[in-house]
Design a protein. Structure first.
Length: 343
């Protein structure tokens, strides 16, 4: 019997066999359902099919019981609830056949197949929660292939990059639109659209403070965070991720820039962890998070605002924002060119 797991490493070690067993059971059940769907005489095999459905349902329920016997650390509770929902949905896919009265029909088999496919939505929730935690050697994502024989697992078994990407995006661009600006000055020249250009300056200490608050608020397993600004346009965020035996130093690097239409842009440059072989998809995962931020975070700009420059100047980040036909920046009063607003 699995016992309560008080540390992340112990919890993940106990969680892995539960997830592995459930994934194998699901694959076996999927293959059986596909075979039943092709069997023209499935009604004659009702006893066999019902027995299999009952046995499979019990295996899924046993996985749920094992999961519920453990106590998840705070950072894993949402992930655990999502996993429990997946196991519950898998067990539910067996009900149609396990509770069948009389000969089983093709419609009942197809109903079970649909229920199994719907369980994939719960798997997506688990994967999303799993992807919100940074850990090494953690639970693999739930793969739900439509057909048996597709690979389950592979290098996804090693999870290193997760919410790190999302947090980096929020922190790296959030300040650029006025949330953390420590000074704001209008510059004499006009922008390409004839608007006033405002220069906003953001201290590294403010950016780090924002990062720390995001990590605390999201219960991210990212220890000892630090921010390094490198001219002309790099942001490097370092810290430690929780490994199976202790913290592992990790680092991610982003490049700031601006698109041709005045939108801020981040590019993922690298991600690495000391002494750990990262999955080949680690940088791709960071790139995906970056792309998501590039689509959503610019919405913090007003419709009449455009980023003209976004760069590092010593220990600060500078954003030059053009405002066309309006007051520069949300809540920022107009100022005489070359002076600070309100000065």
């Amino acid at each position: 019997m699995l016992t309560s797991s008080r540390t992340p490493a112990a919890y993940l070690a106990n969680l892995k066999p539960i997830l592995d067993a459930a994934t194998v059971t699901r694959t076996t059940w999927l293959r059986a359902l596909n075979a039943m769907a092709e069997d023209e005489d499935i009604g004659e095999r009702t006893s066999e099919a019902t027995a299999l459905a009952i046995r499979t349902r019990e295996q899924f329920n046993e996985a749920r019981r094992a999961l519920n016997q453990m106590t998840a650390p705070d950072m894993y509770r949402d992930m655990e609830r999502a996993l429990d929902g997946w196991l519950e949905a898998l067990a539910g896919s067996c009900d149609q056949l396990a509770n069948a009265v009389g000969p089983i029909t093709a419609d009942q088999v197809n109903a079970s197949r649909r229920k199994l496919k719907e369980a994939a939505q719960q798997a997506d929730k688990f994967n999303a929660e799993r992807a919100s935690i940074i850990t090494v050697g953690g639970p693999p994502p739930v793969d739900v292939p439509d057909e048996p024989g597709e690979s389950i697992g592979n290098n996804k078994r090693l999870i290193v990059l997760t919410v790190l990407g999302l947090v980096l995006m929020i922190v790296a661009l959030y300040f650029a639109f006025g949330a953390l600006g420590t000074s704001s000055t209008q510059v004499p020249n006009r922008g390409p659209n004839g608007g006033v250009i405002e220069k906003r300056v953001f201290q590294r200490s403010d950016i780090l403070d924002r990062l720390q608050k995001e990590i605390a608020g999201r219960q991210v397993a990212w220890l000892n965070p630090d921010v390094k600004l490198v001219e002309p346009d790099r942001i490097i965020i370092s810290g430690s991720i929780q490994g199976p035996t202790g913290p592992i130093p990790a680092e991610a690097e982003l490049q700031m820039g601006v698109t041709d239409n005045g939108q801020p842009k981040l590019t993922a440059i690298r991600v690495n962890a000391t002494g750990v072989q990262l999955p080949t998809g680690a940088l791709d995962a960071l790139t995906k998070r970056t792309d998501e931020a590039n689509k959503t975070l610019p919405q913090q700009l007003a419709p009449n605002q455009f980023v003209r420059k976004l760069y590092v100047d010593k220990d600060t980040v500078v954003a030059e924002i053009e405002t066309v036909g309006g007051t520069p920046g949300p809540g920022t009063p107009a100022a005489t060119p070359g002076t600070k607003p309100g000065g």
